[in-house]
Ligand binder design. Sequence first.
Ligand code: LLP
Length: 441
Amino acid sequence: MNERETLKINADGHLEIGGADAVKLAEEFGTPLYVFDEKHIRDMMRVYKRAVDVEYGGNGLVLYASKAFSCEAVYAIAKSENIGVDVVSGGELYTAIKAGFPTDKIYMHGNNKLVRELELALANGVGCIVVDSYKEADILDELAAARGVKQRVLIRTNPGVEAHTHEFIQTARTDSKFGFSISDGAAEQITKHVLSKNNLVLRGYHCHIGSQIFEKSSFALAAEKVMDFIALMKEKLGFEVAELNIGGGFGVWYNDDDPKLRLTDYYGYVKTLIAAVKSKAKEHNISKPYLLLEPGRSIIGEAGVTLYTVGAIKDIPGIKKYVAVDGGMFDNPRYALYQSKYTVLLANRANEECTEKVSIAGKCCESGDLIAVNVPLPAANSGDILAVLTTGAYNYSMASNYNRNFIPAAVLVTEGKAEYIIRPQTYEDLVRNDVLPDRLK
Ligand code: LLP
């Protein structure tokens, strides 16, 4: 397996992303700019697919969790890699459809899907909808009846596995807005309810234990718990499960507190998970379910870098040095939300030694608008190009127009050449939906 070589420093001492000089990208496309390395994305999609093919005889499907980064190009890449996608809103679904993604390979999630989102899914033949409430099951059954279709569904369970990650991105504790708990009988009750619906075809179960998780044992434990539950449902209700969706959550490297995983390590996660599923199937004498995985961050996170231009520098002697950039929490809210850590470097002086610790500030009118705090950097000057690494996942997808700043453009780099996959916004875009009533003119 080839190792991923997204980042390099070239002979000019500049950072290279997927073979493209970051300084030239900044010149050509402007900053702030999201840059994605296509090879990295494809390598990650392939390693997951290969693991399912080799370790599980291809009896499954990898779904790219598109909440990590959704735009037409990424669905087109997933399509060409023959994998599926998961979507969590009408907007993601619409984008996938617009990109020509085969809808039978789309799984739809959400703890509170709107009627119009369910309608869009049914109208377009979405492969599977992951039911997360009684109300949703009832509405979906009615909508399917009205269309004369039988909709395939999974039930989202909560296996009660604690994974070591930031509190807000843990999703499978008992106190969670997601899923039906296995331990208190809620998952069994909703199973009976969904099985009673004439227009829903219950295929099995889904679980997702959280995000940015490195412990293999957490994934295996969740798979084991759901497999035990599957055996119990067969015994109690005679319900034979066809599919198990084990969610996503594999971690990525942000800074040196995190392990830097290789392709073989991600393969190993899937292998461990599959071993747990196989051994439970054997133990309970049940058939091995069709297996779905939903990695998002690990496919796209390290494939992305954000480029900024350094502007104001404020040194408060003995306290802090702020290096301000032309972006901020509107293109990356993850420090503000989760105190997430990032690695930063000067793309135009990538070989230079770090001589100080600085905080990277954004341009929003808010003190909490920071990208990184106390990170090592050479003494920066206005005009330097600052690169923030591992911004491919949950940056563009969580961006906003706060302070009416532009959400940056995104480019995809392939063999050193970059092209837009998301165009830059304009002032006109910002006022497009504004309405000025006559009486206010
Ligand atoms: N499947 C389900 C049902 C999920 O809820 C998620 C993520 C995934 C798959 C993909 O997980 P991944 O492989 O990307 O870890 N905004 C947060 C992350 C929220 C994750 C939500 N669910 C962040 O910036 O860290």
